[in-house]
Structures are given as structure tokens and as C-alpha cells.
Design a protein around this ligand. Structure first.
Ligand code: NAD
Length: 348
């Protein structure tokens, strides 16, 4: 398959590029603006492959997109490019509306014109739009999100993603674009920008800095190892049905405080502090995020049943692997830590 991947220099996008090129043998063009969240070092394993190409560009820029489509001639698009950090969306929502709403619109229009000029490609073409479980809002203590859960976003980030999902589905219904949508739970793993909970806690813990936990740390997320997510997206591209939505999760619900405590214990084992002081002593409860959703959990039985995917990496194994990776790869995160040193964002 020739896949145009947007946002391939980000956390999930780079895992997807590695999976498509190295495991599935696809040929890809990574179209990425290289915002603060991108790290080309995440693509080292594929950078020299003849099946990997890179083009710097903005999904809001129709001319750049058109040129990329005409030169690469993809038969599928995997759209991951987005502004992704909820706290940053609280501080400044405009880039979220631009990229996550106007960017989706611009990309859909580009694909529509591209397929209109190449009707032979249309029957086999696939457009996989990546979204989040955050568009569904918050769960109480019971129940799970499914593909039919109503939309009820709480943050500027999730509202912008929700708008993008609606556009993608509408372009499917109205113009017949072969759109599929994937709504995934929280990802973790190597190569995540250290503003998100897991890498922030690992790096602060390593450096003996305070470990901020929002509110009482009772918010629950359903954690999925990033490589399991990449495999799910490869599966949907290959076997998913246009018009369908797939909810993806790790069946691994954990409260934020439990995640932070587990990271503390893993760090204490792998890199004990002077005098063996436990890192749990560094935990600091801070004012909660405004509009903080209480609980997310995904029922992923549709993709398991219909496409045969299931998460392979347990939360415990994945988190141990992730901590190990950050301990070994200061060369990867050191330059990012200079760009962003962990200060509190998104107080509202
Ligand atoms: P990320 O922030 O790590 O990377 C985003 C990438 O998109 C970066 O490489 C950035 O340069 C690129 N980008 C941003 N704006 C762009 C633009 N205007 N044009 C082109 N490229 C642009 O993001 P991530 O965590 O890997 O998330 C990828 C996708 O998955 C997003 O659509 C996100 O909403 C979704 N998602 C993420 C999670 C998660 O836990 N991280 C969970 C579910 C869904």
C-alpha cells in the first residue's frame, strides 16, 4: 500500500511509520509540519528505507497538500496530525481549531479533488481519521464508551477533535469518501513528548523534581501501549470497512495516582535515589485541570471481533519497557526537555 501519513513525526505517528514500513512493507510519505511536538529522531529506524519519504508541510495548507498527493499518489491516508495536549488547548485554543478542524477540512477537500481526478483509484482508496475517546466526554464509575456513544466533549482539545470527526464522517456520507474513524484511549510508550503524564513523571522522577498529580489523582484513563495502537491502525487500514468507526482501548483502566506510584516504584528499582528515598515522596497534589473528565474506558470488542485485533502488551510490561527506554535514551529527550522543562500548563 502507498500510505500518506500525516503527523508521522509525533508520538503515535512515528510508531505507525515504523510499523507500516518495517512490519507491513508499505511505502509511506510522512507529511508533517514539525511543530514543537515532533521529533525526527523518532524516525531513525525508517529514515534510510527506500519505502519511507518525508515532506514538511501543514495540513491547513491546500497547496502543500495537493503537491504531496500529486507527487506521491497514495492509495490510503492515515490522518494523525493534530494539536494534542489538553492543557495547551486550555491556554490557547486557536492552533487546535486551526489544525484539528480546518486541517481536517482542508485534507478532506484535497482527497476529494485527488480522487475526482483519478476515479480508478477511488474503489480501493481508504481515509483513516484518527480521533480520541475524549470526544465522548466523561464516564461515571460504571460503563464503557463504544462506537455509538454520544459526543460530549469537555475541553477545547476534545471539542476540536469532535468537530474533525464530524467533518470526516460528513465527507463520507455526502461525497462518498471512503472514511473510517478510530477513537482511541490514552496511549503511552517510548518517544512521547514529555508534557504528557507518563513521560513527565518519569523525567521529573529521574531528576528528583516534584511529581504533580492533578486533584486527588482519582481520574481514570484506559491505557494502551503505542505499538498496540499502531498495529490496530494498520489492521483497520487493511481490513476496515469504509463508513465504520472503531473504538480502540487497552482494557487497562488505572487511576492517575496509581500510574504515578507505579512509575515511582519502577524508577526506584531501576535507578535508586541517593539513600534509597522512595520517589513516592516527590508526589505533589496540585489544583485540578478545569473541566477534567473523571473517567474514560473503551469497550473495544468490535475491532476485536470484526478485525481480529487485540492489545498484546499488558500495562505492567509496557510501563516497565517505557521507563527503561527513557532511562536509556537521554539523547532523545534531552533536547526536548530544553524546549519544555515541565512547568504547569492549562490552569485556565
Ligand atoms: P503528537 O502531539 O505527539 O504529534 C502530533 C504530530 O502532528 C507532530 O509530529 C506535529 O508536528 C504534527 N502536526 C501538528 N500540527 C500539524 C499541522 N498543522 N500539519 C501537519 N502536521 C502537524 O500527537 P500524538 O499523541 O502522536 O497523537 C496523534 C493523533 O492521535 C492525534 O490525532 C491525536 O488526537 C490522536 N490520539 C492521541 C492519543 C494519545 O494518547 N496521545 C489518544 C487518542 C488519539
Amino acid at each position: 500500500m502507498r500510505v500518506l501519513v500525516t503527523g508521522g513525526a509525533g508520538f503515535i505517528g512515528s510508531a505507525v511509520c515504523r510499523h507500516l514500513v518495517l512490519d507491513l512493507g508499505d511505502t509511506i510519505l510522512n507529511f508533517d509540519k514539525l511543530t514543537y511536538a515532533a521529533n525526527p529522531a523518532s524516525l531513525a529506524e525508517v529514515a534510510s528505507s527506500p519505502r519511507y519519504g518525508f515532506r514538511q508541510g501543514d495540513v491547513c495548507n491546500a497547496a502543500q497538500l495537493k503537491a504531496a498527493f500529486e507527487s506521491f499518489e497514495p492509495d490510503a491516508v492515515l490522518h494523525l496530525a493534530a494539536e494534542t495536549h489538553v492543557d495547551r488547548s486550555i491556554d490557547s485554543a486557536r492552533p487546535f481549531v486551526e489544525t484539528n478542524v480546518m486541517g481536517v477540512f482542508t485534507l478532506l477537500e484535497t482527497v476529494r479533488a485527488y480522487l475526482a481526478s483519478r476515479p480508478a483509484l477511488a474503489p480501493g482508496f481508504r481515509f483513516l481519521h484518527l480521533s480520541t475517546d475524549e470526544v465522548f466526554g466523561s464516564l461515571g464509575d460504571q460503563g464503557h464508551f463504544t462506537e455509538t456513544s454520544p459526543y460530549q466533549p469537555s475541553s477545547p482539545y476534545s471539542a476540536s477533535k469532535a468537530a474533525g470527526d464530524h467533518l470526516a464522517r460528513a465527507w463520507g456520507a455526502t461525497y462518498g469518501l471512503p472514511v473510517m474513524v478510530a477513537n482511541c484511549s490514552n496511549n503511552y510508550g517510548p518517544r512521547q513528548f514529555p508534557e504528557k503524564l507518563v513521560p513527565l513523571i518519569i523525567l521529573n522522577g529521574l531528576e528528583g523534581k516534584p511529581l504533580p498529580v492533578y486533584g486527588a489523582g482519582a481520574n481514570v484513563r484506559d491505557w494502551l501501549y503505542v505499538e498496540d495502537h499502531a498495529r490496530a491502525l494498520g489492521t483497520i487500514l487493511a481490513r476496515g470497512t469504509p463508513g465504520e468507526t472503531y473504538a480502540i482501548g487497552g482494557r487497562a483502566e488505572r487511576a492517575n495516582l496509581a500510574v504515578v506510584e507505579t512509575i515511582c516504584d519502577l524508577l526506584d528499582d531501576a535507578a535508586p535515589r541517593l539513600g534509597n528515598t522512595p520517589r513516592r515522596d516527590l508526589i505533589q497534589f496540585v489544583t485540578d485541570r478545569p473541566g477534567h473528565d473523571h473517567r474514560y474506558a473503551i469497550d473495544c470488542s468490535k475491532i476485536e471481533r470484526e478485525l481480529g485485533w487485540k492489545p498484546q502488551v499488558s500495562f505492567e510490561d509496557g510501563l516497565r519497557e517505557t521507563v527503561r527506554w527513557y532511562l536509556d535514551r537521554g539523547d532523545w529527550w534531552g533536547p526536548l526537555r530544553e524546549r519544555y522543562d515541565g512547568q504547569r500548563l492549562g490552569r485556565g
